[in-house]
Design a binder for this molecule. Sequence first.
Ligand code: ZN
Ligand code: ZN
Length: 348
Amino acid sequence: MRAVVVQAAGRFAVCEVATPAPGRGQALVRVKASTVCGTDQKIFAGQFPGTKFPHIPGHEFAGEVVELGEGVDEVRPGDRVGIEVHVGCGRCARCLEGLYQLCLNYGRAEKGHAHIGFTVPGGLAEYAAIDVRALHPLPEQLTWDEGAFCDNVGVALYAVERGQLRAGERVAVIGAGAFGALAAQVARASGAARVVLVGTRAERLQRLAGLADSVVVASGETAVGQTREALGGDGADLVIEFAGTSEAARQAILLARRGGRVVLAGSTGPGRELSGVDLSTIVRGHLDIYGSLANPRGISRRGLELIARRAVDVRPLITHCFALDDFAEAWATFVERRDGAIRVMLHP
Ligand SMILES: [Zn+2]
Ligand SMILES: [Zn+2]
């Protein structure tokens, strides 16, 4: 089969490799749509500690079940499925709580753990052998491209649920990428009275404007001031941060009303610190601040339902499409954010 193979940090190619055979508890998936995100940039650069080269990346994808491994009766050949990337070992303390993304046996395949596209081969390939626990049926009205957002929509839904959003509340979402756009829509679908999407890239926010009640294109203090104004006064009941920068985390805390909640869900890396926040903003402001990492077991299945009933529209996020053999071009388009690239879709 054809697959993107990262041979070493910073070096990749589309190669001919052996088609995997589904192992016990796995199904072979014919990948139909697969996309890339900022985390892939870390993987490609060799900055993701759990990834060993050579490696087939890809963790945002959907496809058709074509073959079953031993002991599998949860899916059948012909089923259309989306993939949720964190498969916990299923037996550690965190997995028993459903928190696959916090598995204490991370990276230990012999324990049953798999982080698809990170520690095990992913979906930038024609086929992938996937643990059935990661497979979620696509509602029939979803296209393959929409199904590729299975994991993404689960991540956004989880962040909103971490923030305990109640109907009628005012929400600010920081970060005008795919996750921010999805979180804004999930908040709306959950009954938020007003959702303001905040970012720094004008072109993106123009494209995403219809997905929130208003958008703010600004940075620093200006962003805080304009967002407060757009929310109608004294700050947000809930702030969701998906920008992954120290500055965005600082803004998120400053944007919450007294007694409000903040969810920091952007992808961070080691060494990134929170600074410039007066502790009294948190303590005297009586804030609840949550970290939110990826998604727990099975939440993406509910996320797909939101796409199916069009409460979440992922189509504005798909800015480009390529064949898998043109991956180099697709990658450059994404990395350089050519023509306002958000999600670049591959069709293996
Ligand atoms: Zn991703
Ligand atoms: Zn575990």
